[in-house]
Design a protein around this ligand. Structure first.
Ligand SMILES: O=P(O)(O)OC[C@H]1O[C@H](O)[C@H](O)[C@@H](O)[C@@H]1O
Length: 312
């Protein structure tokens, strides 16, 4: 499979497929479905940045501009790469619902595309020399049991000095459907104590740690305990100000009016088998979403693009 992917989609000295089971943190691969012989990872290195993308989950694992000594994304050392399990870290794709299913608690949290293998639609070099990758996923009889709609998802990724991630939802059925979703980015930080998220001052949020109470943000967001919030009517630019590593990461969103900020803090993190006990100090999730009241209706034959641009 890796061989075929490289034959069709590799770009010389810029993009290649490697086998995650042997070449990318193989100790984290726990089990794979029998018919999948390997776990393909796209490795990108161009004049602007390095990145890694897993076809399992359509999941960006790493993005490090050449100007940076540390990856902008956090990926847990303890992540378990296993069929049916979501990868902890990077940019999970939550779709077609964010969080628990609104009616059926037995359905998977954050939808069902985090643990499916995406296919490669195209790879290309842009005129500027950035690398563009498009991944694709469509409905199957199995997904229609979970969500009875016909759809196509395209994950449109550009690796340059900025990482651009566009998640395009197309309705291929005969009726409109409504989605919530997230590009659930785990940002790596020097230490959570030195982090302030800027751009959310004077916005309202739903506090999931306080039974969904509606609250008002005053000033930058500092994280000193468990935080799980859906901010509504957010501006298109947020900044993660990291005083420990003296860097600011910008997050620019389109097709979204909400953002989720999440850190599980110590007690909850200790219960996650795929996080080590002190990992909560090393990341903050600032997620580009359509969540809470920010729901998107997609009509037959039309599409919606959720976009997040990340740069330092
Ligand atoms: O553990 P996961 O299913 O990946 O979810 C991780 C977190 O994602 C989001 O940030 C939600 O707001 C949280 O409530 C959830 O705990």
């Amino acid at each position: 499979m890796i061989h075929q992917l490289n034959d069709r989609h590799a770009i010389e000295s810029q993009l290649k497929f490697i086998d995650g089971t042997t070449e990318f943190r193989p100790e984290q691969i726990v089990s794979l479905p029998e018919k999948v012989a390997d776990f393909p990872i796209i490795q990108i290195e161009n004049n602007f940045a390095k990145a890694a993308i897993s076809l399992y989950g359509g999941h960006i694992l790493s993005f490090q501009p050449v100007t940076e000594s540390e990856d902008l994304l956090f990926l847990s050392e303890n992540t378990i790469i296993q069929s049916g399990k979501a990868i902890r870290g990077g940019i999970p794709v939550c779709w077609p619902w964010f969080g628990p299913h609104p009616e059926h608690s037995d359905l998977p949290s954050h939808g069902f595309v985090r643990n499916r293998f995406w296919s490669v639609l195209s790879t290309a070099t842009t005129p500027k020399g950035e690398t563009q990758i498009q991944l694709r996923l469509t409905d199957t009889p199995e997904t229609r049991k979970l969500w009875p709609h016909a759809w196509e998802l395209v994950l449109d990724i550009i690796v340059g000095d900025t990482l651009t991630v566009g998640l395009i939802t197309r309705n291929r059925g005969n009726e409109p459907f409504t989605i919530t979703q997230a590009l659930h980015t785990y940002f790596q930080v020097g230490s959570i104590d030195g982090v302030r998220i800027l751009g959310l001052d004077r916005t309202e949020y739903i506090d999931k740690v306080d039974s969904g109470a509606q609250k008002f943000q005053a000033g930058g967001v500092e994280i000193t305990s468990e935080v799980d919030r859906i901010y509504t009517n957010v501006p298109p630019q947020l900044i993660i100000d990291d005083s420990t590593w003296k860097r600011q990461i910008q997050v620019l969103s389109k097709g979204s009016s909400s953002a989720v900020v999440w850190n599980p803090w110590s007690e909850k993190a200790a219960k996650f088998p795929d996080l080590s006990d002190d990992d909560y100090l090393k990341f903050v999730c600032v997620e580009t979403t359509n969540a809470g009241p920010d729901r998107i209706q997609v009509f037959p034959g039309s599409e919606h693009r959720l976009e997040s641009k990340i740069r330092n």
